[in-house]
Design a protein. Structure first.
Length: 305
């Protein structure tokens, strides 16, 4: 079955519009701000992230996701301070595309010298576009015959707790379940819930083991989870594997090219029904940190970067 047909059935039918509607990244630890707004400004440096994910390479109309984000901290007062950031996402799948821009705000409170609690919120909007040109004939009767565009608000909240070697966060996106006009009585952008946690465990002076898990839930769908098992050598070279329940396995590599420049790559191999042909995915990310001189805000967490 051609991927165009698969994509149209997934994103137009009312039943499947209850499934995952927001971007998913294998290397989620590299883009936690895209999951939880409370992370904004939690690290000591001004932080710029960008990346691209190409899913199901080799299929016509396969999903392509791009993102860019920047966040930092300001307004330190005693042990508390603020964080802010902006995230831009572009998700294209066949004849469909979604572009989003979100402003993120977080308030960080030091619980003690080793732990920090953060509350965050995000506000923005998304643009959903359908272009019927060239759509496959098998489903022409189930989709609009003309192009369509839908603009809707995006609101999210998050709670984040971290120390120097571990973190746990809970967040929700799409709090307003906007309805998609002319796409079925139950076609909405559903709330997405995330629970993410990880830890950095020293193996020796230069090697750290970093297990983490990212649970996701969308109403009407079963709970999904990504599990990552990574090793970090001297905070310069990171490698390991990740697994996504019911979908496949991945290899992850991250390299500190310069002191404040990190390059990440993930390769996914699909093991479900799409494993025929070249059902694999590639993900590349770039991170740039600009650390100011003087006293650093917050508590840096080595379990994610």
């Amino acid at each position: 079955m051609r991927i165009k047909l698969v994509v149209i059935l997934i994103f137009v039918s009312g039943n499947c519009l209850q499934a995952q509607q927001l971007p998913i990244f294998t290397n989620y630890n590299f883009n936690i701000l895209g999951i939880n707004p409370a992370v904004a400004g939690s690290q000591p440096c001004l932080d710029l992230r960008m990346g691209q994910r190409r899913q199901w390479v080799g299929f016509d109309g396969a999903p392509i996701t791009n993102f860019i984000s920047v966040n930092g901290s300001f307004g330190k007062k005693r042990f508390n301070y603020h964080g802010a950031g902006v995230t831009v996402e572009d998700d294209t799948f066949g004849r469909f595309a979604t572009q989003s821009i979100l402003g993120n705000y977080a308030y960080h409170m030091k619980v003690n010298r080793k732990n920090m609690l953060s509350l965050g919120a995000s506000l923005g909007f998304s643009r959903f576009v359908f272009n019927p040109g060239g759509a496959v004939t098998e489903v022409e009767e189930t989709i609009p015959s003309t192009s369509a565009e839908f603009l809707f608000p995006q609101i999210g909240v998050g709670l984040w707790y971290q120390s120097s070697d571990r973190y746990i966060g809970f967040s929700a996106r799409n709090l307003i379940e906007s309805k998609i006009d002319n796409a079925g009585s139950d076609s909405r952008f559903r709330r997405h819930y995330y629970l993410i946690l990880g830890k950095s465990i020293p193996v020796d002076d230069n090697l750290f083991f970093k297990p983490s898990v990212n649970f996701r839930y969308v109403s009407g769908s079963p709970v999904a989870a990504d599990v990552s098992l990574l090793f970090d050598f001297n905070d310069v070279f990171e490698f390991g594997v990740s697994a996504r329940g019911g979908h496949g396995v991945s290899g992850i590599v991250k390299v500190g090219v310069l002191k404040y420049l990190t390059l990440g790559y993930a390769y996914d191999r699909t093991l479900n029904k799409l494993r025929v042909g070249s059902a694999s995915s590639h993900e590349i990310m770039l991170g740039i940190k600009a650390c100011p001189r003087g006293e650093k805000k917050g508590i840096s967490c080595s379990a994610y970067d």
